[in-house]
Design a protein around this ligand. Sequence first.
Ligand SMILES: [Zn+2]
Length: 318
Amino acid sequence: MKNLTNTSMLPPAVDPPSSDRLAWAEPYLNGYAACPLCEGKSWQNLYEIGILKVHCCRGCSLMFLNPCLMPEEQKLIFSSPEMLKKVSLFFAHYHNDRSWSTPKTTEIYRSVLAQMEGLLPGKGTLLDVGCGKGAFLVLAKEMGWQTVGLEPNFNAAETLRKQHDIPALDCDFFDPRVAEQMYDVISLWDLIEHTPNPKIWMERCRALLKPGGLLVIATPNHASLLDGLAHWACRLSFGRVPAGLEKLYTIDHTLYLTGATLADLFQRTDFRVLKTIKVNTDLSRYHMSAAFRVFAEILLAASWAFHLQNRVVMIGSK
Ligand SMILES: [Zn+2]
C-alpha cells in the first residue's frame, strides 16, 4: 500500500473534470482476497463506475468496493475539505458545525434514542464511535444517558469536552484507553460502511459491551428506491446515464450494505437483531442545487411511501 500520510502528496484543491475526479485514488486502492463478510471467494462484478468496481458476493450478497481505500487513506480524505469535495460535492458542508444538528437529523436521533430507551429502560453508559462534534451525544445526554465520545479528530473531541462537558477520547477505536470501561450501548453512525473489515469492528464492540448491551449501527441502505432507480437508469441507457450510481457508490465507502446484509453481519458476529429502522437521508446536511434538492425530496417522499428508504438503523444486543 502506498503511503499517503505526507500531505504534500494531496491532489490540488481545484476540482478536476468529473471524468478524472477520482484518478488520484487509483494508486492507493487495495483488493480483497475474500469477501469481508462470509470469506467466500466468488463474486460478480455488479457495477463499474469509472475506476470503482462494485462487487456482489455470491455467497452472502454483500456488495463491496473492490479494490478499495484502506483506513489511513480514508482518514486523510475526511480530514480535508478539499479531498472530500473530490469524493462528492455533496460533502461541501461536512466540516460545517451546523450541518450535523439540523431539525431532521435531530428528529432521527431522538427517535432512535427513544427506541434504545424502550430496550434499556435504565439507560446507562453510551459510547458513540466517530462522534464528530457530538450532535447525537448532546441530545443523548439531555435525555439522561451517561455519554462518552470517541473522535480521532482532536479539535472535534476538544469541542465536545469544553462546550458540552462530555468526556471524549481522541484516539483510535482499538486504542487500550477505550477499553478502560465497559458500555451499555455503543453506537456507530455512518462508520461501518467505511471499514474494510467490519467483523473486526463488531468483535471490538462485543468486547466493550456489558452483557445484554446494545449495538446501534446506522448506514446507507442500498436496497432503496434510489438505488433501484439509479440501477435501471444506467441499465436502460446502456451505461450512458451513470450519474445516479456515481452519487450512491462513492469511493469513501467500502461496504454498500442493505438491511439484509447488515442483519447478516450482526448475526455472524453473535449479535441478536432487535430493531430495524428505515429512514431517509437528511438532505439539509448536503450541498446541492435548489432544483436537484426538490427532485431529491420528491424521490425520498416516494421512498418513504414504498418503505424503501435509503438509510437503515439497526439495534442489536450482545
Ligand atoms: Zn460474502
